[in-house]
Write a protein that binds this ligand. Structure first.
Ligand SMILES: *[C@@H]1O[C@H](CO)[C@@H](O)[C@H](O)[C@H]1NC(C)=O
Ligand SMILES: *[C@@H]1O[C@H](CO)[C@@H](O)[C@H](O)[C@H]1NC(C)=O
Ligand SMILES: *[C@@H]1O[C@H](CO)[C@@H](O)[C@H](O)[C@H]1NC(C)=O
Ligand SMILES: *[C@@H]1O[C@H](CO)[C@@H](O)[C@H](O)[C@H]1NC(C)=O
Ligand SMILES: *[C@@H]1O[C@H](CO)[C@@H](O)[C@H](O)[C@H]1NC(C)=O
Ligand SMILES: *[C@@H]1O[C@H](CO)[C@@H](O)[C@H](O)[C@H]1NC(C)=O
Length: 554
């Protein structure tokens, strides 16, 4: 075991020494960056430059590569307008806590040639995007301790709830100890409950009560054993909303949403009831024939699809979901749970994974969280790329184009541009308040040797030396820069891109694992010096201080 660790140590520091070489090789080989060159982005993908997932950083606008991508989104949406089938589109792109861009196309009333274009305050029905709200309610009640577990079964709230689950019995050997899987709150919020799409014999306009729904379900049947299959269900979300309102908060669902979500976030043009005043602000929804659609009222299914909103309001929601709103609705850790995919769906399902309440897709190696809504005359999407803190909302009056997915196409422009912007943003390296405790010479078991010193900007740098390095790597290429985080803790910062895979002689090395690693220096000794350091992320411990630079034989 001991021997193995030593070997690992050698390997690590060998790798460490190669990284810097890599960085510099790269610097000299690649053409210098030109600001707006799409071809260049493609080249970079082929070269597989890392970090693969650059960290979102504050951006200094304007950023030409981003403007260029947004112009492409603009032209994509502009050309998607169809006077008859898709007369109005409003779109908004969000980065972290701010709106990057918003675009409005077509006319609010397609059959009136004098009608004005929509704007960010134009009201559209958001259909299935309404399902965000029961989900937010669930997480909020969970965060506040009013719901003790996301995995509580429905029976905990509705004592006499029953539904037939023949598929859940198939694998139970012991008939006496049957343990059926549960319809839990979380499964209801993620299309995993096995509940049918709608209550039997009802349309989305059904105007029943919760107890009538429970009664109807008594002789209904689950389409899958809960937790085993993605199956889209309006029923599940409406049941979830009404149960939480009725049994947990003791209020009415819509007033709860209004008081706890819409009002705190200032979503003034979002709601359930399409009053005459709201109607005046609306884009006119149309059937594919161009005929205006009636503004149906969904009744019991309202939590699943009734709501209307604007891009300005959806931007606020997106900023909350990206975790950047400072009076956030949910804590950051709760949001992380909400933005965790739950389940890989069968290939027959329309999304790769399901979440609460998301459909999760993959694009350019990023997870895209989406909620898409379609309801007579309107089509809407709210989408997030949490990794890039990027959000995109498109609200449409009419039928979305069948041949091209506007969100996927938009992200094919936006994602590479955001990555480019993050990579090109200047890195901020923080010098320690006092470098003295950290500078000096260190060794790992007398096998690898390091010198830590300060640069002219006061930032620490670590440089490897010794026989293993000198033979192979030009000394000046062998430096890591360490940015100060807090006392005795530093982060490795690679200021430039580097190849993900490095070929040195006949070996190939993954460089990415070294980026952003944390250095943890030991307590200061009586002379005020750190006696050594660890890099736990690389399983590296006990790199100890030595008093001076050793002299190596020959
Ligand atoms: C995102 O927004 C929050 C809130 O304004 C801010 O604290 C944070 O620094 C921002 N992050 C980036 C990467 O811009
Ligand atoms: C839209 O325009 C048509 C034609 O001018 C008009 O008949 C209709 O009432 C308008 N619809 C709305 C909701 O304003
Ligand atoms: C469940 O109980 C409620 C009242 O407690 C009643 O109204 C309802 O009909 C019952 N449903 C079933 C399925 O037994
Ligand atoms: C994701 O789903 C799409 C269809 O919706 C499919 O074409 C694609 O291969 C799936 N990708 C993965 C990684 O499963
Ligand atoms: C390195 O070697 C010297 C003498 O060769 C020895 O005194 C010292 O303890 C060794 N240091 C470590 C960290 O193994
Ligand atoms: C790489 O080359 C060294 C000698 O230069 C040899 O010992 C080693 O086996 C080679 N490794 C591979 C993976 O070919």
């Amino acid at each position: 075991m001991k021997l193995k660790w030593t070997n690992l140590g050698i390997i690590f520091f060998f790798i460490l020494s190669l990284i810097m070489t890599g960085c510099f090789i790269w610097q000299y080989r690649l053409p210098k960056a030109k600001p707006v060159a799409e071809i260049k982005i493609e080249e970079l993908y082929e070269e597989k430059l890392c970090p693969r997932f650059p960290e979102p950083v504050p951006l200094k606008h304007p950023i030409p590569v981003l403007m260029d991508a947004l112009e492409k989104v603009d032209s994509l949406l502009r050309t998607s307008i169809d006077v008859k089938t898709l007369p109005a589109i409003s779109c908004i792109v969000i980065y972290n806590d701010s709106v990057l861009w918003n675009g409005n196309f077509g006319r609010r009333n397609g059959s009136d040639p004098k009608s004005s274009p929509p704007n960010e305050y134009t009201v559209y029905r958001i259909a299935t995007l309404s399902k965000l709200f029961p989900t937010l309610m669930l997480y909020k009640l969970w965060e506040d301790g009013e719901v003790s577990s996301l995995d509580d079964p429905i029976e905990k709230f509705v004592k006499n709830f029953t539904i037939k689950n023949p598929l859940g019995k198939a694998f139970t050997r012991n008939r006496k100890k049957q343990s059926l899987s549960s319809i839990t709150l979380r499964r209801m919020a993620s299309h995993l409950s096995g509940l049918p799409r709608q209550l039997r014999g009802t349309s989305l306009l059904w105007k029943g009560q919760i107890h009538e729904a429970i009664d109807l379900l008594q002789d209904d049947i689950l389409v899958a054993d809960p937790g085993t299959k993605c199956h889209y269900s309006n029923l599940a979300f409406s049941l979830l909303a009404h149960i939480m309102a009725d049994k947990v908060t003791g209020t009415d669902y819509e007033s709860w949403v209004s008081k706890n979500i819409l009002q705190p976030l200032g979503m003034e043009d979002t709601g359930f009831d399409i009053t005459a005043e709201i109607e005046r602000k609306m884009a006119v929804g149309v059937y594919p024939s161009g005929q205006p659609t009636p503004l149906y009222d969904l009744g019991w299914y309202r939590p699943s699809g009734q709501m209307y909103s604007t891009t300005a309001d959806m931007a606020k929601m997106t900023i909350v979901l990206l975790g950047a709103y400072n009076h956030g609705l949910l804590r950051v850790d709760t949001l992380k749970t909400m933005l965790t995919p739950m389940f890989h769906c069968d290939t027959s399902y329309f999304s790769n994974q399901t979440g609460t309440p998301w459909e999760v897709y993959e694009q350019l190696e990023y997870e895209i969280f989406r909620k898409d809504g379609d309801l007579d005359g309107y089509s809407a999407v709210l989408s997030l790329v949490p990794h890039l803190k990027l959000g995109l909302v498109i609200l449409m009056a009419g039928t979305k184009p069948a041949d091209e997915d506007l969100v996927t196409k938009s992200y094919s422009y936006l994602i590479p541009a955001m990555e480019r912007a993050f990579r090109d943003a200047p890195h901020v390296l923080v010098p320690p308040p006092d470098p003295a405790p950290y500078i000096g010479f260190f060794t790992y078991s007398n096998m690898t040797f390091y010198e830590i010193k300060t640069g002219s900007d006061g930032v620490l740098s670590l440089q490897q030396f010794g026989p293993t390095v000198d033979g192979m790597i030009p000394l000046e290429y062998n430096i890591w820069r360490l940015s100060y985080l807090e006392e005795r803790v530093f982060k490795v910062v690679f200021e430039k891109e580097y190849p993900c895979q490095l070929r040195i002689r006949n070996t190939s090395i993954s460089v990415e694992s070294q980026d952003r690693q944390l250095f943890n220096f030991y307590m200061f000794n009586e002379n005020g010096l750190a006696t050594g350091f660890d890099v736990p992320g690389l399983n590296t411990y006990n790199v100890m201080r030595i008093s001076r630079r050793p002299i190596f034989p020959n």
